[in-house]
Design a protein around this ligand. Structure first.
Ligand code: PEP
Ligand code: MN
Length: 352
């Protein structure tokens, strides 16, 4: 952090400020220029509020942060190296990371019944997905909309995992359900609407299952990384970031604006793996393939795609859900881009 003093600041005032900052355990380094004095602060500044320091003296012109406010989520924290998130699934570990093959997560928005979730699981598995997604607890804008089948849907996800061998990703909305969800989920999802539910972030951070943290619909990249920091600071280092589109002014043609520039930006700022969700990102199944291919080309580590056996009958998010057939074709297209990017692993061929 750097404290810039106003032109003509009295020496005594500068000394008073450096003494105060020293008493906080920081090492102030005074740099005297031709017109201005600047005080560099060496030490643990992540939890300091620049506005608080600004209030020390009317002679302070501005206080600038040079380090990121997120520490554990920052790329520097791992000396520039990306981190791998290793997830145990019934068929062995699957690794999310910058130097790993692309991981595809697919499944319906909501778990509706046993038949549909098992059918979807088998179909997406056969096409090459490694995880089944599906909501048991659904964050719906309207309290009158389908809210998810709750605990009974968790049993169905467990059955679908058993039938397909896929890992399970499902969302927690209420910390009271966390233990029960963690029994079934291999990755626990925190949805866009809960990205800044700090007490929930602390709780998912204090349990051992990896966490998928979706970007809030009006969250800046810094807000999002600070939310990840809560999970990391609570002791869980296995966090995957998922861009799912941000609020757009054009609600007529797309549901959200999928921010693909988040991929290279996050790559610079953080070591955490990056997932893209073009289904919620666009809101329309016909736009999903273009954005999924673009996301791989932009360097994402994972994709989340909504797939439903009969999208027109889906209880939630039908318009953005692919049929299993469309998902098969998409995976063929993705393999072309994935191979070009050196990020494609052919699905293991089942031995009869
Ligand atoms: C979901 O993945 O089902 C979901 C509700 O997503 P989001 O939190 O991104 O809206
Ligand atoms: Mn959905």
């Amino acid at each position: 952090m750097i404290v810039v003093m106003k032109v003509g600041s009295p020496e005594a005032e500068i000394n008073r400020i450096t003494d105060e900052l020293s008493s906080w355990g920081l090492t102030p380094e005074k740099i005297v220029g031709r017109h201005k004095v600047v005080i560099g602060l060496v030490g643990e500044t992540a939890d300091l509020d620049p506005l608080h320091i600004q209030e020390f003296s009317p002679w302070i012109e501005q206080v600038l942060r040079v380090e990121q406010p997120y520490k554990r989520a920052s790329r520097q924290f791992r000396h520039g190296e990306p981190s791998d998130v290793i997830v145990n699934t019934p068929e062995g570990p699957v690794v999310f990371g910058e130097n790993q093959p692309l991981v595809v997560v697919a499944g319906p928005c909501s778990v509706e019944n046993e038949e549909m979730i098992i059918e979807t699981a088998k179909r997406v598995k056969a096409a090459g997905a490694r995880f089944l997604r599906g909501g048991a607890y659904k964050p719906r804008t309207s309290p009158y909309a389908f809210q998810g089948h709750g605990e009974s849907a968790l049993d169905l996800l467990a059955a679908a995992s058993k039938a397909s061998g896929l890992g399970i990703i499902t969302e927690v909305m209420d910390a009271a359900d966390l233990d029960r969800i963690a029994e079934v989920a291999d990755v626990i999802q925190v949805g866009a609407r809960n990205m800044q539910n700090f007490s929930l972030l602390k709780k998912v951070g204090a349990q051992p299952k990896p966490v998928l943290l979706k970007r809030g619909m009006a969250a800046t990249i810094e807000d999002w990384l600070m939310a990840a920091e809560y999970i990391l600071a609570s002791g869980n280092s296995n966090v995957i970031l998922c861009e799912r589109g941000i609020r757009t002014f054009d609600r007529q043609y797309t549901r959200n604006t999928l921010d693909l520039s988040a991929i290279p930006v996050l790559r610079n700022l953080t070591h955490l793996p990056i997932m893209i969700d073009p289904s919620h990102g666009t809101g329309w199944s016909s736009y999903v393939p273009s954005m999924a291919k673009a996301a791989i080309a932009a360097g994402c580590d994972s994709l989340m795609i909504e797939v439903h056996p009969n999208p027109s009958k889906a209880l939630s998010d039908g318009p953005q859900s692919l049929t299993p057939e469309a998902f098969d074709s998409l995976m063929t297209e993705l393999s072309v881009v994935g191979k070009a990017m050196g990020r494609w692993q052919e699905p293991a061929v089942a031995v009869a």
